[in-house]
Design a protein around this ligand. Structure first.
Ligand code: PLP
Length: 357
């Protein structure tokens, strides 16, 4: 099968092979990893290496912490304002797709928000131009979603926010491309696209920002609690953390972000070339310069043909290609673990389908 699922998504076969060694017996201890205490040495070591690996690959080894917690990226939509949207202040949100909207809507339960820029009026067909965005100096933070998973768009430039913290939801593009991660004060990502299975979320936060987080909220919702307890304040999903750690080692073995990015660009280019060269049979849903390399979205001349495409694709072993139910169309999610061969095979299938129909 060629797995184009949007998340939970494909994992490298070598990582899945390694998981086998944890289910019955782990690390010569006679019990499986799932049966081990999160306070045991092997688990403490796992959390430690996962944090180090993630920070190293993002080139954030100094001045930042990487924290791991449950609740998905959606929990961060609420946890972020709980920690940083203090009474009387307002936070600025850049809207570029439905997940960014959800983030802003959750924050409204906690405090005041402003829309700094939005492309909703054009149906998210591009992302806002944020280079010259003006942010009030007293803003609590600016929030941006760097890659829009549902729509298939991404930012190539990021706002300069001065002293105002810049926070990014990178759920669908973390470690997939070279970005100067240091321009962000906090980055969060549900693991289930590029860095592991579902059930764990990475929060990478500048140490200075940790010190500014609210002390008026329950301990379990404070980033500081996760930082001072090395993500072991309460019981984390230990086995999921293991897969995440293996996935980070895999990313490193691939040559790190630069190699991964090059491959991702080539993968997406195969599909975009097919779309653009189809004489209008396939239509990309996003303006060319804002297209994502992670989520490639396109439409066919009719919804009936789109359904037919999904059906025939599945018969040929391509799964996960239906667009998100809110937008329709087709979407191929080509995260880090999706091989080039899968995209070549899909491009061939697209050509064949076009000729047939
Ligand atoms: N943000 C983005 C950009 C996403 O793609 C997703 C999920 O696909 C989420 C947030 C929500 O993540 P979760 O399901 O982990 O809460």
């Amino acid at each position: 099968l060629y797995n184009f699922n949007p998340g939970p998504a494909a994992l490298p076969l070598s990582v899945l092979e390694e998981v086998k060694h944890t289910t019955v017996e782990y690390g010569g201890r006679g019990i499986s990893l799932m049966e081990m205490s999160h306070r045991s040495k092997p688990v403490e070591a796992l959390v430690h290496t996962a944090e180090q690996q993630l920070l190293e690959q993002m080139e954030l080894a100094s001045g930042y912490r990487a924290l791991f917690m449950g609740g998905g990226a959606s929990m961060q939509f609420a946890m972020l304002p709980l920690n940083l949207l203090t009474k009387g202040a307002a936070a600025d949100y850049i809207l570029s797709g439905s997940f960014s909207e959800k983030a802003e809507q959750e924050a409204r339960y906690i405090g005041q928000t402003r829309i700094a820029a939005s492309t909703k009026a054009s149906n998210w067909q591009q992302v806002p131009d944020v280079r010259d965005i003006s942010i009030p100096a007293d803003s609590a933070y600016v929030h941006i979603t760097t890659n829009n998973t549902i729509e298939g768009s991404r930012f190539n430039a990021f706002p300069r926010t001065g002293d105002v913290p810049l926070i990014a939801d990178m759920t669908s593009d973390l470690l997939s491309r070279r970005i100067d991660y240091r321009q962000f004060d906090m980055i969060y990502a549900g693991a289930q696209k590029n860095i592991g299975p579902a059930g764990i979320t990475a929060v990478i936060i500048r140490e200075e920002l940790l010190a500014r987080c609210s002390q008026q909220i329950p301990l379990i919702w404070r980033y500081e609690t996760y930082a001072s307890n090395d993500s072991l304040y309460n019981t984390p999903p230990v086995h999921t953390l293991y897969v995440l750690e293996r996935m980070l080692q895999w990313t490193k073995q691939q040559g790190g972000i630069d190699q991964i990015e090059e491959r991702n660009r080539a993968k997406a280019a195969l599909l975009y070339a097919m779309i653009d060269g189809s004489d209008g049979f396939y239509k990309g849903m996003i303006d060319a310069e804002h297209r994502s390399d992670m989520n490639v979205t396109w439409r066919l001349p009719s919804e009936e043909l789109e359904r037919q495409f999904v059906l025939e694709a599945e018969q040929r072993g391509f799964i996960g290609l239906a667009g998100h139910r809110s937008v329709g169309g087709l979407r191929a999610s080509v995260y880090n673990a999706v091989p080039v061969a899968a995209c070549e095979a899909l491009a061939d299938f697209m050509r064949e389908f076009m000729n047939k129909h």
